[in-house]
Every structure is written in C-alpha cells, then in structure tokens.
Design a protein. Structure first.
Length: 71
C-alpha cells in the first residue's frame, strides 16, 4: 500500500511540474529560432569578426583533450 501511495504522489508531482518544463522547452526552442538567423545576419555583415570568433572557438576545442582518445 505504501508503494502505491508513493507512486501516486510521484505522479501528482510530475503532473504539477510538467507545465514548467514545457514552458522552458518552448522558450529555449524559440530563443534558438530567433538567434540562428540573427547570427547568420551578423556573420554576413561582419565576416572578419565571425571568422575571428570561429578561430577562437576552434582553438579552444582543439586544445582540450579528446574524450575518445587520440588516433
């Protein structure tokens, strides 16, 4: 009986918190849809700045140790 009550409480908690999770999922997808075209426009207008940014990011990624190991 205790297990059944624990499962019922867990189900109620999940149902109560699901709107908050849905809000954050929609907000993050919306932000991504807004930022992708904005980033493309910035890279078209300022190609040198975007190239420098790419070089910095690739330099950081290249200097970190690989998870899979060296080939």
């Amino acid at each position: 009986m205790k297990e059944l009550s624990k499962m019922a409480v867990f189900a109620v908690v999940i149902l109560a918190l699901s709107p908050f999770a849905g809000f954050w999922i929609v907000a993050l997808v919306g932000a991504a849809l807004l930022l992708l075209p904005l980033g493309a426009m910035i890279s078209m207008v300022f190609p040198k700045v975007s190239r420098q940014f790419e070089d910095r990011v690739l330099a950081r990624v290249g200097s970190t140790p690989s998870i899979l190991g060296s080939h």
